[in-house]
Design a protein around this ligand. Sequence first.
Ligand SMILES: [Cu+2]
Length: 253
Amino acid sequence: MSKFPRRTFIAGLSTIPFALWFEKYAAAQTRAHIRYNVTSVNGLKMLNIYRGTVGTMMSTAEPSPIGWLFQWYTHNVRGDRTKAAELARVYPAPSAQKTLATAMWNTCQAHHAGDVEDYFLPWHRMYVYFLERIIRKVSGHAEFTLPYWNYSNPAVPSGPRVPKAFRAPAAATNPLYRPQRNAGANAGSPIDATDPGALDLTALAECTYSPSGVIRVRPLRTGAGLPRREDGTGSGGRTATNSGNRARRCRRT
Ligand SMILES: [Cu+2]
């Protein structure tokens, strides 16, 4: 993976009022936490907390910064609507929350045209880190940690499949189920079924990225010295392609 100037990333952070927002809305970080495999006893406990809290957040009023819509839109406003239109719809009158949403929404530093792909992992790690803290606060479970899932190992049952709690029951009563998700993934098929091995961790060595899903992975450096982690505590989620419409050259600094 390419390196990027740390100073540049920090400068980017300063444009996002995360500190203001999270210190107000997220639980304080006052203890050490352990993240658990979603298939373990502790991981399942965490998943239950997560499921319940997602349900709570989804039923929270849309203007609330600890509601699901605000969390979702912090990354990216839904594709068939514009940020301006959604701000006008959710916040018809000026308010502190509208000001916050105006500053927060659509601020992923890697996912928009013209953004910097090098920020993919750090931005999303930050996003998930604070989501975890918000879930602690909303749920009242100070011990909560997001369970992880090793999507990269096809040899284990949890392998490249969406964990069952996100697929079943396939009903609106399940806060973790989304009918819009890829049908194969929702059926429990490997999410790299059309390209086995595409989720191999060598994808983390890629320097180009496409938001449109896995197309084909072409590691730039075979065996790129990525750490091997038995427990799959990778950052998760990055899929690299060599044919995405936003694919760009690595910048090596
Ligand atoms: Cu993003």
